[in-house]
Design a protein around this ligand. Structure first.
Ligand code: PXP
Length: 241
């Protein structure tokens, strides 16, 4: 079964626009669950531009679904994750000025630091995923660094899809998914996925989880979050092999 993790960062983006109490993050998680989400994903960025520490603590306490925390390898955030202990952590690269996570983690280049952080989190019983570009060397390095799972960055695919030139990007994702499974890792995917471009992604054999945020929250403005998640689940269920 292909699971859907709903990223609710941009619910918090709206709240932070006025430094207000609404929209309520737990209410968003509950609506996503009613719509069929299998998990909730949040990214605690170093600049705290949307999700706050208190959101992560509150969600961990209150939701019945799995919580997946996206985060950079910075010491302060790693210590926070070890205290809160979400079910999953996805290690991502982070640049202060980026609008969103632009590329995958360069595990090949930073293998010592990433291995140490991965081990530290795993010791706390957290399942660790590495968010990487669909490149064989990165998949092999994630395995060498101790990742339980890779999340394949679908951003390049999503951009190419919009221009009708996505075959190579899809092949890179498919081959990386095959390699990761061969090496014994779980395979997730995410970034830039929407109700259209998702249709080819769900056919990739062995994918276990998709993490989708922006397109769902954008749709939710018109139909509500529960319905927006329900529609995304329907695309997944109708198009999956
Ligand atoms: N997966 C990871 C690791 C991410 O960093 C993000 C963006 O926060 C997503 C998935 C969701 O991407 P989008 O909001 O484009 O659906």
């Amino acid at each position: 079964m292909l699971n859907l993790g709903v990223n609710i960062d941009h619910v918090a983006t709206v709240r932070q626009a006025r430094a207000a109490q609404v929209p309520n993050i737990l209410a968003a998680a509950v609506a996503a669950q009613k719509g069929g989400a299998n998990g909730i994903t949040v990214h605690l960025r170093e600049d705290r531009r949307h999700i706050q520490d208190s959101d992560v603590i509150y969600l961990k306490k209150k939701i019945v679904m799995k919580l997946n925390l996206e985060m950079a390898c910075s010491t302060e955030i790693v210590q926070f994750a070890c205290r809160v202990r979400p079910a999953d952590v996805c290690l991502v690269p982070e640049k202060r000025k980026e609008l969103t996570t632009e590329g995958g983690l360069d595990v090949c280049k930073h293998i010592n630091r990433i291995s140490a952080v991965t081990a530290q989190l795993k010791k706390m019983g957290i399942r660790v995923s590495h968010f990487i570009d669909p490149v064989a060397e990165q998949v092999k390095s994630a395995k060498a660094a101790g990742a339980d799972c890779v999340e394949l960055h679908t951003g390049s695919y999503a951009l190419a899809y919009g221009k009708g030139r996505y075959v190579k990007a899809l092949r890179d994702l498919t081959q990386s998914a095959e390699l990761a499974q061969y090496l014994g890792m779980k395979v997730n995917a995410g970034h830039g996925l929407d109700y259209q471009n998702l249709k080819e992604i769900v056919k990739i054999t062995g994918l276990q989880e998709l993490n989708i945020g922006f397109s769902i929250v954008a749709r939710a403005i018109f139909v509500g979050l529960e319905q927006a998640v329900h529609e995304m689940k329907s695309v997944i269920n109708n198009c999956a092999r």
